[in-house]
Design a protein around this ligand. Structure first.
Ligand SMILES: Nc1ncnc2c1ncn2[C@@H]1O[C@H](COP(=O)(O)OP(=O)(O)O)[C@@H](O)[C@H]1O
Ligand SMILES: [Mg+2]
Length: 292
């Protein structure tokens, strides 16, 4: 277990110490040090290429460390045996821009993968051959209903819209009930209604004890989070309450980002949109890099 509602106040759940990652000699993360408390809601922001997706890949040990140490739930992530690593990963729920669903399978089967990932191989095989057992079927149904896709359980995921696919990814989390949720730009390609629905569900899972870490290219949703960490060129350049994200801070976090400078030239207003329609920007944020 990484955390549970019962030990929500038990302090930090993730600790990064001087973490560096390099790709072909080029630094993606440099000397990154910060911690995340159990049950926290954390938004990670930064321009495209700042290192946000690499940070998430570090947290699932999906990329080699150049140096430093990552501790999750008191365990040194990069020293775990393969078996213990797999056990830990089952407690981590992920949502990526590309949804990481199996397009040929139905929405219901994709949602049930939240559980299948935690089952032994015999039960997994049986679930695929004979369908999920009654308990799992009911949880899948309830999860799809919660995110408004009750009527899509049998539909091939590839035939759903992007927003619906993102909601299937969230249904999978509802089935999985992870201790830690890593959502990498979950709103990059979805409409405002889906954004609100997905955010609401993620916050619901958080209220039940899951630690929630989101990567956002766009700062407006980050403002709704109590704590924001900003990355720039692989380094933490801001870590604090979102109210402290002043225009000056944002200007330095996003300096050189063409989409930012564009919005600064055409104030809409630039960094402080209010109201429901203006609050969420949908046209940017696909960085393409995380699909490497
Ligand atoms: N697999 C990879 N191979 C080479 N370079 C990579 C790879 N993944 C990421 N990078 C580089 O690392 C840096 C950080 O990328 P990334 O973490 O994807 O940024 P973000 O998610 O903030 O857009 C970028 O310069 C990117 O080009
Ligand atoms: Mg990314």
């Amino acid at each position: 277990m990484i955390s549970s509602p019962n030990n929500k106040s038990s302090g930090r759940v993730i600790l990064l110490e001087d973490v560096s990652v390099r790709f072909d000699g080029v630094a993606a993360l440099s000397d990154m040090t910060f911690e995340i408390e159990a049950g926290e809601q954390l938004a990670v922001i930064g321009t495209s290429g700042a290192g946000k997706s690499t940070l998430f890949r570090v947290l699932t040990r999906s990329v080699a460390l150049g140096s430093g140490r990552v501790t999750i739930g008191g365990q040194d992530l990069y020293s775990l045996s393969r078996r213990r690593l797999n056990g830990l990963r089952r407690r981590i729920g992920t949502i990526y821009q590309a949804y990481n669903l199996v397009p040929q399978l139905s929405a219901g089967v994709n949602a049930s993968l939240g559980e299948v990932g935690g089952m032994g191989s015999l039960r997994t095989l049986r679930a695929f051959l004979t369908g999920p057992d009654a308990g799992l079927s009911e949880r899948v149904r309830a999860a799809l209903e919660e995110i408004g896709l009750a009527d899509k359980a049998g539909v091939r995921t590839a035939d759903l819209s992007g927003g619906q696919q993102q909601r299937v990814a969230v249904a999978r989390l509802l089935v999985q009930r992870p201790d830690l949720i890593l959502a990498d730009e979950p709103f990059a390609a979805v409409d405002p209604v889906t954004t609100e629905r997905v955010l609401e569900t993620l916050l619901h899972l958080n209220s039940e004890g899951a630690t929630l870490v989101l990567n956002l290219h766009d700062v407006e949703i980050a403002r709704r989070f109590p704590r924001v960490v900003a990355l720039r060129e692989g380094r933490v350049v801001f870590d604090g309450p979102s109210e402290r994200l002043t225009e000056d801070e944002l200007a330095s976090i996003y300096a050189g980002d063409p989409s930012r400078e564009e919005s600064a030239r055409n104030p809409d207003p630039p960094f402080a949109r209010h109201g429901n329609e203006g609050a969420i920007r949908l046209t940017e944020g696909r960085d393409g890099v995380s699909s490497h």
